[in-house]
Write a new protein. Structure first.
Length: 256
């Protein structure tokens, strides 16, 4: 009889040891705001980088006032300014949009063919167990061609994203080594995030980077981190509250 009394304690101890309920889940896409709000010109991020980095070591986004492209890789957060310069950042005035996670590859593939953006993503799509969940995507190695862009900081009153993107600066590189960091999101995410692939690039020497417009892979390693959990942190400010998001359409990768 006495022995049985210990069973609940034993079970509780085992659950604690093996992490039933209270372990922080690392396979979570943590997202700040929505791509639709960003497209509507809501560039005032109230979430600081200090908070964002508590939710991931890998991901993409942008900065207060659309001040360049954000890329996080191996726990280092980088800002790519409009002139293409890349700098690690530890503090930022605010993050209006970002998608991060703690990256742990579930699947790794070697691709040793010269595949375009469309060809490589089609190839990866065939290997996915499902298109209905998220994947953090890391593709590293040699790129025969890389076309990337960054955006200039905007000032109030903010223009919509399609207007702001008319001022983007585009950079092209050939035979460059580096890493693409980003997400593949399901089609049903088109109003919250970018449906399909959304990738940013940083060179191996961490000097060049930006939002990926096009590329041709050389010999690369593709790593996918299956992500079934999603946490959305919405802005708590009047600008976001007053946006009319009910009527606006979805965003796909070609529009950003
Ligand atoms: Zn981007």
């Amino acid at each position: 009889m006495l022995k049985n009394k210990f069973y609940p304690f034993l079970i509780l101890s085992l659950l604690t040891l093996f992490g039933c309920c209270h372990v922080q889940r690392r396979d979570v896409l943590y997202q700040v705001s929505t791509i639709q709000a960003l497209s509507a010109g809501d560039y005032d991020g109230q979430e600081c980088l200090c908070r964002l980095r508590r939710h991931g070591d890998f991901g993409i986004g942008t900065f207060q006032g659309l001040d360049g492209e954000l890329l996080a890789l191996d726990g280092v957060f980088y800002q790519v300014k409009v002139d293409g310069r890349v700098n690690p950042v530890s503090q930022a005035s605010g993050i209006p949009f970002a998608q991060v996670t703690f990256f742990n590859a579930d699947k790794t593939f070697s691709v040793d063919q010269e595949l375009s953006y469309a060809e490589l993503t089609r190839y990866l799509d065939k290997l996915l167990p499902s298109k209905n969940i998220f994947y953090a995507v890391k593709i590293s190695g040699l790129f025969k061609y890389m076309k990337i862009r960054s955006v200039p900081k905007q000032s109030q009153p903010y223009p919509k994203l399609d207007q702001a993107l008319k001022e983007q600066k585009v950079f092209e590189f050939y035979d460059i080594r580096g890493t693409m960091v980003g997400w593949r999101s399901p089609q049903y995410m088109e109003k919250l995030g970018v449906a399909g692939y959304h990738m940013h690039f940083i060179s191996e020497d961490r000097q060049k980077g930006g939002h990926v417009l096009d590329f041709k892979a050389g010999a690369v390693k593709a790593e996918l981190d299956k992500t079934a959990d999603f946490y959305l942190s919405l802005p708590d400010n009047p600008e976001f509250f007053e946006l009319n998001l009910g009527e606006a359409g979805g965003i796909d990768a070609e529009k950003i």
